[in-house]
Write a protein that binds this ligand. Structure first.
Ligand code: SF4
Ligand code: SF4
Length: 140
């Protein structure tokens, strides 16, 4: 099994096709939409988490490329301003995936990037506004 976070970019003329439906139905992939910016008049963008057998994933990506969809890896970074953060733990209470959690060996807040689902709850939940999520420019 493989799991990848990817960014799909669609030009205006192919934005209306049901790509995620086909990834699920024809390639047996589990698809979780993390972010979507789709409008009929503009270039579209989907940020997906895709999980499945390696061959199914490769065939699914091949299918997308044949339609001219651009596929990019999702590079993201969560920045925590250590000068402002006082390890209150409020962000761990709102983080649905456990990506932000309290390290019981030192009681500091740690971040596990692999678990993060980019929901941004921690950004709003931090009382000192210490957390910023940096997406690649084309995702913003
Ligand atoms: S909520 Fe903000 S201040 Fe509190 S631990 Fe998280 S990042 Fe630090
Ligand atoms: S963006 Fe969401 S999942 Fe990621 S660390 Fe923040 S609250 Fe947790």
């Amino acid at each position: 099994m493989v799991s990848h976070r990817i960014v799909l970019i669609f030009s205006k003329d192919i934005v209306d096709k049901p790509y995620t439906y086909h990834l699920v139905k024809d390639y047996n992939l589990l698809v979780n939409i993390l972010r979507a910016k789709i409008s009929p008049e503009e270039e579209g963008l989907l940020v997906l988490e895709v999980e499945g057998k390696r061959t199914d994933f490769e065939n699914g990506m091949k299918y997308l490329k044949e339609y001219g969809v651009k596929i990019l890896p999702l590079v993201k970074e969560i920045k925590r301003d250590k000068d402002r953060c006082y390890n209150c733990g409020a962000c761990t209470a709102v983080c649905p995936s456990g990506a932000l959690h309290i390290n019981k060996s030192n009681w500091f807040v740690d971040f596990d990037e692999k678990k993060c689902v980019l929901c941004e709850a921690c950004v709003k939940g931090c009382p000192t506004r210490s957390i910023k999520i940096l997406f690649p420019d084309f995702v913003n």
